[in-house]
Design a protein. Sequence first.
Length: 191
Amino acid sequence: MRRIIIGVTGASGTIYAIDLLQKLAQIPEIETHLVLSQWAKQNLALETDFTLRQVQQLADVTYNINDQAAAIASGSFLNDGMIIVPASMKTVAGIATGFGDNLISRAADVALKEQRKLVIVPRETPLSVIHLENLTKLARLGVQIIPPMPAFYDHPQTIQDIVNHQTMKLLDALAIPNQVAPRWQGYGIAK
């Protein structure tokens, strides 16, 4: 059983987290551990038709954002990586400075100190120098930064096509085999 931690913060783009959870829920060998910030819950209601309960049911285990005694707050909790999707610049700044004031930033801090896979999906534009410096610092620490940037070589027809491409990139980052979106096969060919 592979364990994946998913943190969802208050940045726009909650649909990316939902799609990732939906795809991971279809893989029986993966156990998902979910934490949503208070603002993530607000964005869920603003941006989607999903209820909080529906999203939580996609995960195997859910945690309260303020539960610093949760299993995922400890380095002794073995896991195969963490994805923060979407990641607010507040969360990025907290992780970059080691300020674990909630369970998402604490779990990310644990991933860094234990040298486990950490993927951040920043959702902000434009990016200030402060944002770029924080992201650069994290990248130098081994964090994989995967902003949601759509590809158009596969001629997406729907928003879901664009979301699928991002989910493919996140699953790839965790070395989870998938075919959720067309892949580049060479000049002018996507399969």
